[in-house]
Design a protein around this ligand. Structure first.
Ligand SMILES: Cc1cc2nc3c(=O)[nH]c(=O)nc-3n(C[C@H](O)[C@H](O)[C@H](O)COP(=O)(O)O)c2cc1C
Length: 185
């Protein structure tokens, strides 16, 4: 058996019935056997405040340690007002500090953006890429995944029921596995 890679999945929505959370579960199923995906929760993280750096909240420390232990990062996110949801941006800010000790640096990443709208959360996808450049996360450029019309893709049990989308995402995850193999340390 080849090397297994632990992929930390950050979901940009906190909603219980989130389409993005359903997508994260679908991606875990579709991923090649070499990838083990696990959602890392971000909704419990207090807002980043540099005043807390000397005595950080326990939730920040747990999150940073979990991310640090991962081999790779997968972001599954909606778009809020043409950008990254605040909860996800906060998770990036929390994980990036203290300065010089970012939990994200050097870990290969990929983005799947998901929206009921037609544009597939393109704006969030690319604003996230901007932050990931600064965070030194080598983010897979191709294939891009802008999943639109997402309210029509899942069945009543929350399973991805659209065959074309399944096939595309399966190829996406294979490409991500290859990206991780090249870029992981
Ligand atoms: C505050 C807010 C802003 C939103 N802005 C956008 C947007 O800019 N583009 C878009 O495609 N959808 C937008 N939406 C709709 C979301 O795509 C939709 O609520 C989606 O289902 C959220 O993802 P989730 O199902 O994973 O929670 C917005 C929703 C909220 C609550």
């Amino acid at each position: 058996m080849g090397t297994m890679h632990d992929v930390a999945v950050l979901v940009g929505s906190l909603r219980k019935d989130s389409l993005n959370r359903k997508m994260a579960h679908a991606l875990a199923e579709l991923a090649p056997a070499a990838l083990k995906l696990g959602i890392v929760e971000i909704g419990q993280l207090p807002l980043y405040n540099a005043d807390e750096d000397t005595n950080p909240p326990a939730a920040w420390t747990t999150f940073r340690e979990r991310v640090r232990a991962a081999d790779a990062l997968l972001f599954v996110t909606p778009e809020f007002n043409r950008s990254v949801p605040g909860a996800l941006k906060n998770a990036l800010d929390v994980g990036s500090r203290p300065s010089g000790r970012s939990a994200f640096s050097g870990k290969p990443g990929a983005i799947v953006s998901v929206s009921p709208g037609a544009l597939g959360a393109f704006g969030a996808n690319h604003h996230l890429r901007q932050s990931l450049v600064f965070l030194n996360v080598p983010t897979m450029p191709q294939p891009e995944a802008y999943v639109g019309g997402a309210d029509k893709l899942f069945d009543a049990a929350g399973k991805l029921s659209n065959e074309g989308t399944r096939k595309f995402l399966e190829q996406f995850m294979q490409a991500f596995a290859a990206w991780i193999a090249v870029h992981s340390r």
